[in-house]
Write a protein that binds this ligand. Structure first.
Ligand code: GLN
Length: 477
């Protein structure tokens, strides 16, 4: 397993060139993709061009950034100029982005080598990457299981070393849940920490770009390079200017970690509970004080999320009408404009998107807006308040990331069962706090050791705090 710093060292010591490194990763992709299907598209030409640039800089004796020359991947919901960006949807099968997302631009400026775009649930709606128009991505631990979602392609690409690291997006857990299922680190920063410009919107008040890596230090390194205020995203926050990797002291003394009792219900699987409390003990050994806390409105989080997210989705996806965006239909004889939209949207969207557009349109319609959407916003306020209260007592909050390990492909065809996958992750998006999932061990299932993650919530804009806690855990065990 190579971390960003290890690869960087090899590059500057001239043990390997960026071109060779890039080729090595493409070889790995070639070998594994027929089984995994983690990618929707590859950008070989551009990747090698970028690698060549890095090698030239190295030859000239120039200093290169930590992420320069190292292969990475982006979830196919993040725009890369001149490349396809499908959002996992048939609707955007032929869409070519005309500009770079701000995160893409920042990565290109640092000469990161973007090898391709990863598979995801359509418009990031899902928890298994089964809702993609481009096939299912398989979990590299067990090919009969899902990798989680919606950023399942990114998770598998990192877990199986097809790339050194990847970006995903997290609206309700889409970075952390697949990280838990694939045994890697997944960071969802505070809402606003990273620009969303050029990231196809799902639920704008919840969406955040997330980072998927093998180690916490790698996540910190990538965050430093993509965080910050962006004039093109009014919701982006002013830059902290922090070099996050410099905050990884490995010391947790004096820090208080809260365990919310609502997350450890009697229904929680015993195996998960055991792993989780072993992890709590490890945190204790790292010097943290463990405190029992309550987040009393947790039970309303799932219902609140599944009103707000579809409402915002129904509005954001209105642009995919075959005129502004979306595939123009082959059929030509339309009775009227409704007939045209029906054809385009009926053909272009998958079942889960149609379901959410209907739910969202319903909850926003006059007569129901107050009863559903407005009420959900009020409850969202209460959930945020729970976190404010908790942070008066503790520095971080620790929970299991998921109530289960990776499930079998096809096991959750009923949407509500699938929505339950997000039970521990969505509160961070509703409250806007940063959260990280890191591996806490494995659980034997059908003779295979499947990974499972633990999740740390931090205070708003305290990414360095949760990164240091996660790093300390990782380093000590
Ligand atoms: N599974 C959740 C959903 O379908 C979360 C998705 C996400 O975070 N993008 O909405």
């Amino acid at each position: 397993m190579s971390t960003i710093k290890q690869l960087h060292k090899k590059l500057i010591n001239k043990d390997i060139t960026s071109l060779e490194l890039t080729q090595k990763y493409f070889d790995k992709i070639e070998e594994k993709e027929k089984d995994l299907n983690a990618f929707i598209s590859l950008s070989k030409k551009e990747a090698f061009k970028q690698a060549e640039k890095v090698d030239e800089n190295l030859k000239k004796g120039k200093e290169i950034d930590l992420i320069s020359g190292i292969p990475c991947a982006l979830k196919d919901i993040i725009c890369v100029k001149g490349g396809k960006t499908t959002a996992g949807s048939k609707m955007l099968e032929n869409y070519t982005a005309s500009y770079d997302a701000t995160v893409t631009k920042k990565l290109k400026e640092k000469n990161a080598v973007i090898v391709g775009k990863t598979n995801c649930d359509e418009f990031a709606c899902g928890s298994s990457t089964e809702n993609s128009a481009f096939g299912i991505t398989k979990n590299s631990y067990d090919l009969t299981r899902v990798p989680g979602g919606s950023s399942g392609g990114s998770a598998v690409a990192v877990a199986s070393s097809e790339v050194a690291w990847a970006l995903g997006t997290d609206t309700g857990g889409s970075v952390r849940q697949p990280a838990s299922f694939c045994g890697i680190v997944g960071l969802k920063p505070t809402y606003g920490r990273i620009s969303r410009y050029g990231v196809i919107a799902y639920a704008s008040s919840l969406d955040q770009v997330g980072i998927m890596t093998k180690t916490t230090e790698d996540a910190a390194i990538v965050l430093t390079r993509i965080a910050g205020r962006d004039e093109l995203d009014a919701t982006s926050a002013h830059s902290s200017g922090r070099v996050y990797e410099d905050y990884l002291t490995g010391d947790l003394k004096g820090k208080k970690i809260g365990i919310p009792r609502e997350y450890i219900s009697d229904n929680l699987d015993d195996a998960i509970k055991n792993r989780f409390f072993e992890a709590v003990d490890k945190y204790k050994k790292c010097g943290a004080e463990i405190v029992d806390i309550s987040l009393p409105n947790t039970e309303y989080a799932l219902a609140t999320y599944y009103i707000i997210a579809p409402a915002e989705l129904s509005s954001n996806l209105a642009r995919f009408d075959g005129v502004k965006y979306g595939t123009y239909p082959e059929k030509k004889d339309f009775k009227n404009i409704q007939d045209f939209y029906k054809e385009v949207r009926g053909e272009g969207f998958g079942a889960e998107i149609k379901r959410r557009v209907m739910i969202g349109t319903y909850t926003l319609s006059s007569g129901y807006y107050d009863a559903y959407y407005k009420k959900a916003q009020k409850v969202r306020g209460l959930i945020r308040k729970d976190f404010e209260e908790a942070y008066r007592k503790v520095d971080y909050i620790f929970t299991p990331t998921t109530p289960e390990t990776a499930f079998k492909i096809g096991a959750k065809s009923d949407p509500v069962t699938s929505y339950l996958s997000d039970i521990y992750t969505i509160t961070a998006n509703l409250a806007g706090v940063p959260a990280i999932s890191h591996p806490i061990g494995t659980i034997e299932t059908d003779g295979i050791d499947l990974p499972i993650g633990g999740q740390l919530f931090g205070e708003w804009f305290d990414e360095e705090g949760i990164l240091n806690a996660s790093h300390t855990f990782e380093k000590n065990f």
